[in-house]
Structure formats: C-alpha cells, structure tokens
Design a protein around this ligand. Structure first.
Ligand code: T5A
Ligand code: NA
Length: 210
C-alpha cells in the first residue's frame, strides 16, 4: 500500500436521530472538498444475511435473540474485505450504524451482558471516529411517529440510549457527541469538522481492530 489510507467514520445514535440524513450530506461534502469518500450502512439489507435481518426487522419472521445478534455481526464481517480494500485505496468510509448499534440494541433486551454482545464484533476494523447523534426520547418523539419495525418503541429506545452511554465510556475509541436536536445544517457543520480532523489523523496511522 502506498499513500494515505481512508478514515473509518461511524454515525451512531438512537432511531430518528438523523444518521442517514447526515451520512448522505457528509459523503457529499467530503467529495466536494476533494476527499474520496463513500457511504455504507448497517444492516446492509442487500446481502443474503441482510435479507434475513430485514425480514426480522419488519416482523415478517421471528428469530431467536442470540441468533439475530450474530446475524447482525455476520453482516458486518461479510463486508470487511470490501471495507479494508476501500480504506487502503484512500477512500474514507462514512458508515450509518456499526457494532455499537449491535451491542446497544441486543443488550437492551433482558439477559444480555455488554461483554457477550461485544464478543462477535471483536476484530472488526476499528473506527477512527464515532459520531454519536444525541437526541433525548422527548426530542425524538417530536419527529415523525415511529414506524412499525421491531425496536421502534419509546421504552426500548430509552434502554438503548443507556447502553450507548455505557459504550461511550471506552477511552480507546474516539467518540464525539453531537447535539442532534439542532437543524440539519448546524449538525452537518460539526460533523464535517470532526470528520476532516479524523481523516487527517487516520492518514498516517495503521488501521486498528475492535
Ligand atoms: N440494529 C442495527 C440492531 O439491532 N443491531 C445492529 O447490529 C444494527 C446495525 C434498523 C434497526 O436495526 C437495529 C437498529 C434499528 O432499530 P436502520 O435501518 O438504520 O436500523 O434504521 P432506520 O429506520 O433507517 O433509521 P433511523 O430510524 O435510525 O433514522 P436515522 O437514520 O437516525 O434518521 P433519518 O436521517 O432517517 O431521519 C429521521 C427523520 O427525522 C428527520 C428526517 O427528515 C426524517 O424524517 N430529521 C430531522 N428533523 C429535524 N431536525 C433534524 N436535524 C433532522 N434530521 C433528520
Ligand atoms: Na436511518
């Protein structure tokens, strides 16, 4: 490999925090500024594993809780070769949800420890930046109503937010908390600023593992 590697930038947050909106805007802005960048999204519902997950999320099928957790993780692992290839080519990846959603959502179910939930993702490419779009349950409720997908319930989302707060205490990760209750443009400016710093820093550092 010659030259600079791309940065792995993750957007996380509870449902409706604006992750997809901001990921799309960020990729466009980075490209406009001459940084090669592409968007990815987990779950990636287009693969065979992703279709099983999607069917579970829309409640067309039921899956045992451990099983679906491992499928979400497998859906990340199946994209790892492609992710590494792009990062090594100097393309920064803007990823809409990652292992942290995996851990936060499953560990919000009864009987799951954070440690168990983290284990299948150990070894995944480690993000250079994790942007956490923070939105309180009250603020989220003011956005359009929840859809019918699994997990789209206010009480469950409250527990998910608590789990994210626990994950953010990991000092080996570069978490940046973004107040997502502001306008789309205000958030975007902050997110772009953090991302450009991360891209500069990542360029000279080896990619690590979770
Ligand atoms: N999951 C996921 C697991 O359980 N384990 C895992 O390992 C992973 C990866 C699917 C579900 O899977 C779970 C978590 C989820 O429950 P998904 O497909 O990413 O995840 O979910 P989506 O429904 O696509 O996305 P979200 O509901 O999380 O929404 P976003 O992406 O946070 O928000 P966005 O950008 O779509 O915006 C939502 C609405 O708010 C408006 C938008 O226009 C839109 O209407 N909006 C704003 N309004 C006011 N001010 C702003 N600043 C706004 N920004 C956006
Ligand atoms: Na989304």
């Amino acid at each position: 490999m010659t030259g600079r590697r791309g940065a792995l930038i993750i957007l996380e947050g509870v449902d409706r925090a604006g992750k997809t909106t901001q990921s799309t805007k960020l990729v466009q802005a980075l490209q406009d500024r001459g940084h090669p960048a592409e968007m990815m999204k987990f779950p990636d519902r287009t693969t065979k594993i992703g279709q099983m997950i999607s069917s579970y999320l829309v409640k067309a099928t039921n899956l045992e809780d451990h099983t679906v957790h491992l499928l979400f993780s497998a859906n990340r692992w199946e994209l790892v070769p492609l992710m590494k290839e792009k990062l090594e080519k100097g393309i920064s990846l803007v990823v809409d949800r990652y292992a942290f959603s995996g851990v936060a959502f499953t560990s919000a179910k009864p009987g799951f420890t954070l440690e168990w939930c983290k284990s299948p993702d150990v070894g995944l490419p480690k993000p250079d930046l994790v942007l956490f779009l923070q939105l309180s349950p009250a603020e989220a409720a003011q956005r359009e109503t929840f859809g019918n997908e699994r997990y789209e319930r206010a009480d469950f989302q409250k527990t998910v937010l608590q789990r994210f707060n626990q994950l953010m205490t990991d000092p080996t990760l570069n978490w940046q908390v973004i107040d997502a209750a502001r306008t789309i443009e205000e958030l975007h400016k902050d997110i772009l600023r953090h991302s450009e710093v991360a891209i500069e820093q990542a360029a000279t550092q080896p990619l690590k593992e979770l």
